[in-house]
Design a protein around this ligand. Sequence first.
Ligand code: TYM
Length: 333
Amino acid sequence: MQRVFSGIQPSGIPTLGNYLGALRNWVKLQDDHECIWCVVDLHAITVWQEPEALRRQSLEMTAVLLACGVDPKRHILFLQSAVRAHAQLAWMFNCVARLGWLNRMTQFKDKAGKDRENASSGLYVYPNLMAADIHAYHATRVPVGDDQRQHLELANDIAQKFNHDYGVEFFPAIEPLIMGPAARVMSLRDGTKKMSKSDPSDQSRINLNDDSDTIALKVRRAKTDPLPLPADVSELADRPEARNLVGIFAALAETDHAAVLKDYGGQGFGTFKTALADLLVERLSPIAAETRRLLDDEAALLQVLASGAERAEAIANPIVREAERLVGFVNVR
Ligand code: TYM
């Protein structure tokens, strides 16, 4: 069975983008893979997080993942900071990855913005830590949204250079799994911008804990163009907002863009938006209710995370010890 690894930052309430681009696919993979799911709090602090908010959000994220269907008994769910192997391997990777490689990372450019001098050095080496997350488990498949594609290419480059430098075949190649018609969900206010937990406008996204009225209102207010929906997928190419909403509908209905246009092509956005809001409420409200229920029992969440950390360490520690031996560190214990 192939080993899968993926992570999500506890930097806010997860959005519909996280759900359709990643979480929903994580749950599907659990049937025929050995899965390791990680709440990546080390990554979250690459930009400022209020300590109290980070604590709360880490538990909220754990509850959301469980509510989405992550199974902590058959698979592993844990907090990144609880397993030291991630930071240890990341340091070795900081010394393998080249500055030129990191300089090409578009996410760093987006997140650092214009004030690059003031970005944390952690934000710059963020992709090295991400590579360490995956390679510490010798995972071979990584389900993510489209925005993580470049980071996964870098993770492969790092593994290849490590193997080459130390003359071993130690870290395996990884295969990104970028799945479904909503691998890049866009902002509801701007079809050219990614939907994000950290966008200042709450109207730009659907949060997994939004109530039915909020969902309906956000969908009704979502930016669209004045034309009716087209009959053919090719006509969505230069209509980013329409393409986004059709993609969201397709993903929720487990179908594709063409099938949605077969039903709604030629109609105005009014009817379509009502159907989309209904579908969103149907899919998301059970997750929100289950999240609230799970958050009532913090001790149970901590228990899941403690057991996950222990099982994650059992896999990662020997792999990272071996990487240290290959690099030439003396084992004194
Ligand atoms: P994060 O927390 O930004 O997002 C978690 C997952 O959600 C996907 N995603 C989206 N998919 C579609 N449309 C969107 N608008 C959208 N926004 C987010 C992301 O692609 C991701 O799969 N660096 C990662 C976390 C990470 C990781 C890892 C992932 C750390 N270590 C190792 C895989 C393997 C991140 O920031 O995710």
